[in-house]
Design a protein around this ligand. Structure first.
Ligand code: AMP
Ligand code: MG
Length: 418
């Protein structure tokens, strides 16, 4: 487990910006160093442990990019078309060991190796066959056209994937192209997830009239799994300090991160703060972010704890800005900054200066075909429908005071957030 000091999350100011939070997490959270080897088919979503240098060039041999006719450069027609007798037929997968004869052309197919001395390929669409069966090649083709030289994609020895890369299908494809069957990856980050609150019932259990079903835990567990974590579902803890404290302490050693939701506001029925303080240390980060409430950052026996607010939308947004970078830092992952894409606003919005706000929006094509976003009509941080019926968040920076229709705003798709 990655051990952290008790003052790891200490922060001096009264209000913390999102950038300060992410900066503090990435500099103070130690990456775990345990590795495991996985088969290529299981590598998607995992964090690569070492730099990967190309063991062979890509493509591995010089080959034709098209179906057509290969010639030597010295034979390329210059001013007028010229007829060439056919000498050989080279299919993908064959060995092409015989050099092409001067003044001849060879039939060649996409992906087939270039025969020795052939340097350029004419596309079959650009040639014609004359009455005697010769191939008539037009003038003016650039030497080397339609040929893929060995190593043009990636030369042998070049670092093709970096340690810390979270592997996506294209990275797995590259490893396969190198002929690898296994990859060394960082072991999965183990996260214990609790909900807290007397008003919560677990789906599948009886619900009293004053209770609601716990939805956050399932959202958070799903998000964590998408980040490649191994999740322990620890159910609901009651709003009571001693049972909270013993529940949290029990899981600390066996996990890399403890995640809770609810109970971290400053009301007297918010017991997570006191519970963590009785078994470890805790600071409340008052983040300048909406939706969002204070986020509790704690250490129990060297294990980090993040206490997210209970309101589902606040929980979602703070997960993205605090839990996501923490999980990436624990896994030694390369930073994956969230970069909003500019789109046109089709709504009006007033905003408080000095904090960052996230507006739930739907994406649509405007009448002129340009992408624009509309705002979910209601504001509440408890509205699950506001997350379900929208496509992403518009990020409004600290200095922004409002949005007018037609203005360009930065859009983050839910698909990019985790
Ligand atoms: P709290 O952060 O505990 O003050 O909770 C804020 C609001 O979020 C309250 O209305 C809670 O009922 C609600 N809430 C807390 N935890 C959850 C949860 N796990 N799932 C759904 N709603 C929750
Ligand atoms: Mg509560």
């Amino acid at each position: 487990m990655a051990q952290l000091s008790d003052d790891c999350f200490a922060f001096g100011g009264p209000m913390m910006s999102v950038d300060e939070a992410v900066g503090l997490i990435t500099t103070r959270v130690n990456a775990i160093t345990d590795l495991e080897t996985v088969a290529l088919v299981d590598a998607d979503g995992r964090v690569l442990a070492h730099d990967l240098a190309a063991p062979l060039p890509l493509p591995p041999f010089t080959n034709s990019a098209v179906d057509g006719y290969a010639v030597r450069n010295v034979d390329l027609p210059q001013a007028v078309e010229q007829a060439f007798p056919i000498d050989g037929r080279i299919q993908a997968g064959c060995l092409a060991q015989t050099p092409i004869k001067p003044g001849h052309t060879a039939r060649i197919f996409t992906g087939a190796p270039m025969p020795p001395e052939a340097e350029t390929v004419f596309m079959q669409e650009d040639v014609r066959i004359d009455d005697s069966g010769r191939i008539v090649l037009p003038p003016g083709l650039k030497p080397g056209a339609n040929v893929r030289p060995a190593g043009e994609d990636i030369p042998k020895g070049q670092v093709a994937l970096r340690a810390g890369q979270r592997l996506r299908p294209q990275h797995v494809a590259l490893a396969a192209a190198f002929g690898l069957v296994r990859l060394d990856v960082v072991r999965r980050i183990r996260v214990a997830v609790f909900s807290t609150g007397d008003e919560l019932a677990s789906p599948g259990e009886p619900r009293a009239a004053s209770q609601l079903f716990d939805s956050n835990r399932f959202m958070l567990m799903a998000m964590l799994r998408r980040l490649g974590c191994e999740v322990s579902d620890l159910g609901i803890l009651r709003d009571e300090r001693t049972s909270l404290a013993s529940g949290l302490k029990q899981v600390a050693g066996a996990h890399d991160l403890i995640l809770t939701t609810g109970g971290v506001s400053t009301g007297e029925e918010d017991h997570v703060k006191a519970a963590v303080e009785s078994v470890g240390s805790l600071v409340l980060w008052r983040m300048a972010i909406k939706p969002g409430r204070p986020v509790a950052m704690g250490i129990i026996g060297g294990t980090p704890l993040i206490g997210l607010p209970g309101n589902p939308v606040a929980s979602f947004v703070t997960f993205v800005h605090v839990v996501r970078p923490t999980v990436l830092a624990l896994a030694g992952g390369l930073p994956e900054p969230l970069l909003p894409i500019p789109v046109r606003a089709a709504f009006t919005y007033k905003k408080k200066i000095g904090r960052r706000e996230y507006v739930r929006v739907s994406l649509r094509k405007g009448q002129d075909g340009a992408l624009e976003v509309t705002k979910f009509p209601r504001e509440g941080a408890g509205l699950l429908s506001s997350l379900v019926e929208t496509d992403g968040l518009v990020e409004l920076g600290e200095a922004v005071t409002g949005v007018e229709p037609g203005q360009s705003v930065g859009f983050l798709s839910y698909a990019d957030l985790i």
